[in-house]
Design a protein around this ligand. Structure first.
Ligand code: SAM
Length: 269
């Protein structure tokens, strides 16, 4: 619990709503009625932004009408993108109350509140009934969660038989220690990065069958270069993430210490 309080405090300090609304006004958009893409992916706190979310949807086979759980939904950018571009219904759960409030507010302004909902809660004790969802996604959340066994057991509990699970996290791929701050933690105390093998072992333990693993290092470096240029020019970048954290993450990718990794799994039917 003490970790969860620190994690929520880390993300809760990001005060993004006013910046989003200013960005929309600057672009000549109506802040009360806009499309998810009008936020230019600044509401998606992960490597690759909207393009990575679409790739995830394709690889996980998220067809129109699929009922999807977004574990660690942040500002709701992934959920809105999935609903708008792929026609799915999404429920997002996030630990950080400020993000849940912001996710709801932005979603209402994109008129997606019929297909996208949010609740506050922990991935380790999802406030949801068993066998409710066709699919689940978890994007850049596992780095803040020490107990991977528990989070994957919870995902397995709320998915229907045959349900698919797409996990996209920053994982450890080399031996050296990473430098802080990183985008998800200011110190190692709330960072629980692990190798892909630890993820696939925990997924198997929870009853999943692992289908595919994909590493996207160069995409990560290119994305961070673009984000660093935007931050330096004062024209954007992932909301609330500073240049020091982006620089340290870029170095960890470049040095082969960390990498963005996607893992796709499913429950037996
Ligand atoms: C880097 S952000 C990613 C947000 C979103 N998935 C995205 O890609 O835009 C990590 C999110 O995970 C949430 N989180 C961290 N630990 C969590 C937990 N135990 N349960 C639920 N959410 C958690 C944080 O509050 C934060 O919103």
């Amino acid at each position: 619990m003490v970790f969860e309080e620190s994690v929520a405090a880390h993300y809760g300090r990001i005060d993004a709503e006013a910046q989003f609304l200013a960005m929309l006004r600057r672009d000549g958009k109506d802040p009360e009625h806009f499309a998810p893409a009008d936020l230019h992916g600044a509401d998606q706190l992960h490597i690759g932004g909207a393009a990575a979310t679409s790739r995830l949807a394709g690889r996980a086979g998220l067809d129109s009408g699929t009922k999807v759980l977004d574990i660690g939904s942040g500002m709701g950018g992934v959920a809105r993108h999935l609903a708008h571009e792929h026609g799915v219904h999404v429920h997002g759960v996030d630990l950080t109350p400020e993000f849940v409030t912001l996710a709801r507010s932005l979603t209402q302004r994109t008129a997606l509140n019929g297909s996208v909902t949010f609740s506050q809660g922990s991935a380790l004790a999802l406030p949801l009934d068993a066998k409710t969802f066709d699919a689940a996604v978890m994007v850049h959340v596992g780095m803040n969660i020490r107990d991977k066994d528990k989070v994957f057991a919870e995902a397995a509990r709320v998915l229907r038989p045959g349900g698919v699970f797409a996990v996209y996290d920053i994982m450890v791929v080399g031996g050296e220690t990473e430098e802080y701050p990183l985008p998800w933690a200011d110190t190692g105390e709330t960072s629980f990065v692990q190798p892909p093998l630890a993820y696939s072992d925990a997924l198997t333990q929870a009853g999943f069958e692992v289908d595919l693993e994909a590493k996207t290092v160069q995409e990560g470096i290119d994305f961070l270069d673009h984000a660093l240029t935007s931050v330096a020019a004062g024209t954007g970048g992932p909301m609330g993430v500073g240049a020091a954290a982006l620089t340290n993450l870029r170095a960890a990718f470049q040095d082969g210490i960390l990498a963005p990794v996607e893992i796709y799994a499913h429950l037996p039917g």
